[in-house]
Design a protein around this ligand. Structure first.
Ligand SMILES: Cc1cc2nc3c(=O)[nH]c(=O)nc-3n(C[C@H](O)[C@H](O)[C@H](O)COP(=O)(O)O)c2cc1C
Length: 391
């Protein structure tokens, strides 16, 4: 953790967020920065990781990502529902008589009969991917309930996963479910999975918790080796012509990186687990921002879908040239520079940032309650005046 002077803490508390004074490095003194990174105990060449998505669905995709320069690759998820459906089908088959068998299979439409079970195909992909590339391959298990499916983690480990990413995708659709029960479920799932395996386990989470920081700390204590922030919940749209709900996952936009970065900045130094940023990476600038906030690694799917697996090299080259330009010799020197200092009250800090932001907005757009003032936006950072919300 970087030492923070009293003056800087004062700046942070009054909402005047820190900026790094650029150190101009003469061209002949530029050295290549060290990008080596550790994540979940794995040594990575740099901090840019390919997250779970359509490009990690098959061995060719995994190979292309490794060739494209990804430091580690997270396979697409295997879902709790897929494992449950397979298991239900197996039990049913065992309990059925031969003559009843053919008809009974029709009750299980989701389970394909002609191909090997999805779980076998996943393990096969994992094995092939792990031996085909020389970067770590991380398996992904996705679920929201307690049950036997968590034991599958052990089979992923045995198939060669360097680590496991556990995506706890729990949308509490039961509107009577208490917040504490939602959080407890997360902790129980993480404890169940970490109890199954010896490899590191990272947990991918959604931001929707009444006190996300405390949940993160509980998961850290329950044995999570990494926290991956954040999962994007599918948020269906409505087509007003067909008058129908449109589901589907959109690719992200850079603004979506702000929320995960806010929490990464708040958690840096407050949890032992590594922190991975996922959402909104499009350019090297987004990678830099995540590292400054305190991410150990930065993950991307959308940018690789848009620009191809080789886009990782552009992200890494951009990071490297930014570091050289600013005089940083290693990513460890960058990481967490703009995180919330550990000796600062995070609530007060966030509140001061919020109040400061409102002040800036008032200066820029006019009084939030009165007639908008139309003027040219100020050039450069807006100074933060003393706070007086009543003005
Ligand atoms: C088409 C698509 C498929 C995805 N599949 C998975 C998946 O199987 N498991 C998972 O944990 N995340 C999955 N994700 C989420 C991504 O891993 C990532 O967390 C999210 O897209 C935000 O990162 P991005 O802004 O770089 O896209 C998927 C995303 C997309 C766009």
């Amino acid at each position: 953790m970087t030492d923070v002077s009293d003056d800087r803490v004062e700046d942070l508390m009054t909402g005047a967020r820190t900026s790094i004074t650029p150190e101009i490095v003469p061209a002949d003194e530029v050295v290549h920065p060290t990008l080596a990174t550790t994540y979940l105990g794995l040594t990575l060449a740099h901090p840019v990781v390919a997250s779970a998505g359509p490009l990690t669905r098959d061995a060719d995709g995994v190979r292309a990502l490794a060739d494209g320069g990804a430091a580690a690759i997270v396979l697409h998820s295997l879902f709790e529902e897929q494992l449950r459906a397979e298991s239900a089908r197996d039990i049913y088959i065992e309990e059925s008589t031969e003559e009843f068998f053919a008809e009974s299979l029709s009750f299980f439409p989701e389970v394909e009969r002609t191909e090997s079970p999805i779980s076998h195909r996943y393990l096969d992909l994992l094995e092939r991917a792990a031996s085909a590339v020389d970067v770590p391959v991380i398996a992904s298990l996705n679920g929201s309930d307690i049950g036997g499916w968590t034991q599958f983690a052990r089979r992923m480990q045995d198939a060669g996963a360097a680590a496991l990413e556990l995506n706890v995708y729990l949308v509490p659709g039961d509107v009577t479910m208490r917040g504490r029960d939602v959080e407890d479920r997360h902790v129980e799932i993480v404890a169940a999975v970490t109890g199954e395996v010896d490899i590191p386990v990272a947990v991918k989470l959604s931001p929707y918790s009444s006190s996300f920081g405390e949940l993160a700390i509980r998961l850290d204590e329950a044995g999570a080796d990494g926290l991956v922030l954040f999962n994007r919940w599918t948020q269906p749209d409505i087509d007003i012509e067909s008058v129908a709900v449109q589901a589907g996952i959109e690719l992200s936009t850079p603004g979506e990186g702000r929320l995960p970065r806010t929490w990464i900045a708040a958690l840096r130094g407050r949890v032992e687990a590594n922190l991975a940023g996922t959402s909104g990476v499009e350019t090297a600038d987004d990678v830099v921002k995540y590292l400054l906030a305190g991410a150990d690694v930065v993950m991307t799917t959308s940018s690789l879908v848009r620009h191809g697996p080789g886009h990782v090299r552009a992200l890494v080259a951009g990071l490297e040239s930014w570091m050289a330009r600013k005089g940083f010799s290693s990513v460890d020197d960058v990481r967490g520079l703009l995180s919330v200092p550990v000796d600062v009250d995070v609530t007060a800090y966030e509140r001061s940032g919020y109040v400061g932001a409102l002040e800036q907005a008032k200066q820029r757009y006019g009084s939030l309650s009165g007639t908008p003032v139309i003027s040219a936006p100020p050039v450069g950072p807006v100074p933060t005046p003393p706070v007086d919300l009543e003005r």
